[in-house]
Design a protein around this ligand. Structure first.
Ligand code: NAD
Length: 325
């Protein structure tokens, strides 16, 4: 089957090509994101393969349908970028990769906590300038600290296990608590008020948009660290900037940002940054940003490629994969 693979970087191409050896789809690899300008590139393909920041809104879906493109294979778990209502109306099929390595994301979140808490990002830069001063680098022991995990699905539960292994007291909030989760479930306001670290692991939906807003930030401890490896839209970034300026928040580490579509996954080093909120974030010593790389492990890329291939092949054969949306 002919597949236009949008937002495909060298690492995607490597793992998808390897997995395709046993499927034999015909790929057109495109580095560009899918959006209303780039959608004509899908012409002549029966399927498109997309990632987190590809725009699958009503207009793009209509164009895909007009071009005879019938299948959307998402190389990710989240599908907040896809207009599900329009998808069904147009009779298109979309399938995702619901799980590929919850460890990849949970371990990155843990790395962000350790780095932000112990100021390793600052120490790295200081030492390279032969500045061995320790002033301003004081952290706290995670052993015995209360850590709040918001969302205890696949990733959240690995996070709870990892944090428990460090001796943290783990609180959790999830509207659908899991009986297997070793955390103490509380309501969100209590979690926010008690936690020294708050880590977000719930999906972005209309209900969770700006879950961490000014009101939520004011419930949090002024020394709390906020960690977001889930989706940028969970956090009201303008409210976070205010909280950081007023020293009502101890620190922020994010792998995702609500306006990341225009920034992430590309080398922007030669461009003038136009996003003033993001620019302000980068000026805080207690802010750490990675560019949506929490998933980026060999195991995750390999699993993403294999499951995406299975989804495409199942569609081609007219069989359900069980991972359709
Ligand atoms: P999952 O579906 O297994 O779990 C999500 C959990 O969130 C569920 O238990 C659900 O009940 C809970 N939830 C729903 N609404 C909630 C709310 N209002 N408050 C608290 N919890 C709520 O998903 P997962 O595989 O654990 O992934 C979680 C999220 O991580 C994904 O939605 C995705 O956005 C993000 N993610 C990020 C990366 C990355 O590279 N940064 C990679 C993969 C996934």
């Amino acid at each position: 089957m002919k597949v236009a693979v949008f937002s495909s970087k060298s690492y995607d191409q490597e793992f998808l090509s390897k997995s395709n050896e046993s499927h034999r789809h015909e790929f057109t690899f495109l580095e560009t994101r899918l959006n209303r300008q780039t959608v004509p590139l899908a012409q002549g393909h029966k399927a498109v393969c997309c990632f987190v920041n590809d725009e699958l809104n009503a207009e793009v879906l209509q164009k895909l349908s007009d071009y005879g493109c019938e299948m959307i294979a998402l190389r990710c778990a989240g599908f907040n970028n896809l207009d599900l209502v329009r998808l069904k109306e147009l009779g298109l099929t979309a399938a995702r990769v619901p799980a590929y390595s919850p460890y990849s994301v949970a371990e990155h979140a843990l790395g962000l906590i350790l780095t932000l808490n112990r100021c390793i990002h600052r120490a790295y830069n200081r030492v390279r300038e032969l500045n061995f001063s320790l002033v301003g680098l004081t952290g706290f022991d995670l052993q015995g600290a209360t850590v709040g995990v918001v969302g205890t699905g696949k990733i959240g539960q690995v996070m709870v296990r990892n944090l428990s292994g460090l001796g943290c007291h783990v609180l959790a909030y999830d509207p659908h608590p899991s009986p297997n989760c070793q955390a103490t479930y509380v309501e969100l306001p209590e979690l926010l008020a008690k936690s020294r670290v708050v880590s977000l692991h719930c999906p972005l939906t209309p209900q969770t948009h700006h879950l961490i807003n000014d009101q939520a930030l004011r419930r949090m401890r002024p020394d709390a660290l906020l960690i977001n490896t889930s989706r940028g839209g969970l956090v009201d970034t303008v409210a976070v900037v205010e909280a950081l300026k007023q020293e009502r928040l101890g620190g922020l580490a994010i792998d995702v940002y609500e306006e990341e579509e225009e920034l992430f996954f590309e080398d922007q080093s030669g461009h003038v940054l136009q996003d003033d909120v993001f620019a302000r974030l980068l000026t805080f010593p207690n802010v750490l940003v990675t560019g949506h790389q929490a998933f980026l492990t060999q195991e995750a890329l390999s699993n993403i490629a294999d499951i995406t291939m299975e989804n495409l092949t199942a569609f081609e054969r007219g069989e359900p994969s069980g991972r359709e949306l």
